[in-house]
Ligand binder design. Structure first.
Ligand SMILES: Nc1ncnc2c1ncn2[C@@H]1O[C@H](COP(=O)(O)OP(=O)(O)OP(=O)(O)O)[C@@H](O)[C@H]1O
Ligand SMILES: [Mg+2]
Length: 249
């Protein structure tokens, strides 16, 4: 947890707090234990969630970097605290779906658990007051939140992220069902992967049992199962080498 008065708070979201970093082009992201559902209608503190999410996120971002996807990650200074590149965030939630479940089957007649081949990319306008409505390119361009070139780049990057992450999770016996990512621009206008990737923003199913290992447990009110699920993902994802690097016992 970061002391409020020692750093300038730029933004306090529902799960993370973003502080100005020492350099003008850096931010410090504090991963909190808060968990919300239903546009913030329900809010609970989930023990050690920030710890697990920040480390899982750093591990995923490092793997993406190795695969050539630029991310905000500078370093995980300590568990829960990520030093990151400060980005001008694009208010679009880019969602990639490999299997149909959740809101997509409530809005459209897709069969529950049916696969998408190729993966389905959906973009939602990130605006709580409008309940994050689904976008198309024309609406995004008319809103002035992205150009056609930006939108094409977002899709290209999202597919690459999906490819790398699907493989990464498959290797540890987890199916990457779907996920949400956010991008921003650096001072040169390059589109960079920002925010977080964690069990808060992905649907992850155990490949054998199809048990949920993500925030869906919380949405369904199974609060007592949430942290064990996150810890399971953490334990499968982190190698001994990773643990040594981040001083994790
Ligand atoms: N590298 C970055 N530079 C600047 N802002 C960032 C960066 N990465 C993420 N952000 C922004 O910081 C905020 C993170 O907070 P958080 O995710 O808790 O809240 P939220 O996105 O407003 O709400 P929620 O995710 O619960 O809908 C988001 O607004 C996100 O867009
Ligand atoms: Mg968020």
């Amino acid at each position: 947890m970061i002391e409020m008065d020692s750093k300038k708070l730029l933004y306090e979201g529902k799960a993370k707090s973003v502080f100005q970093g020492e350099n003008a082009d850096e931010v410090i992201i504090d991963f909190r234990d808060d968990m919300t559902a239903g546009d913030g209608a329900r809010k609970e503190s989930m023990g050690k969630k920030g710890y697990f999410n920040s480390i899982i996120c750093a591990k995923i971002f490092e793997t993406l970097e190795e695969a050539g996807v630029e991310t905000q990650l500078i370093e995980l200074t300590e568990p829960c605290v990520m030093k990151a590149r400060k980005l001008d965030m694009i208010p679009i939630e880019v969602i990639v779906r490999n299997i149909a479940t959740g809101s997509i089957i409530r809005k459209f007649p897709f069969e529950d658990k049916s696969p998408f081949n190729p993966p389905l990319i959906q973009m939602d306008f990130k605006a709580d007051e409008f309940h994050d409505p689904m976008l198309n390119d024309a609406i995004a361009i008319a809103l002035g939140i992205a150009s056609q070139e930006d939108l094409d780049k977002l899709r290209e990057l999202a597919l690459k992220v999906n490819e790398v992450m699907s493989k990464m999770f498959k290797e540890i016996g987890i199916i990457l069902v779907d996920f949400k990512i956010e991008f921003g621009k650096d001072s040169q206008g390059n589109i960079i992967l920002g925010d977080e990737i964690s069990p808060d923003s992905c649907r992850l199913w155990d490949a054998e049992t199809l048990d949920m290992l993500d925030k869906e447990l919380f949405r369904q009110g199974k609060d007592d199962e949430v942290i064990d699920a996150y810890e399971e993902v953490f334990n499968r994802l982190l190698t001994e080498e990773d643990k040594a690097k981040w001083n994790i016992k």
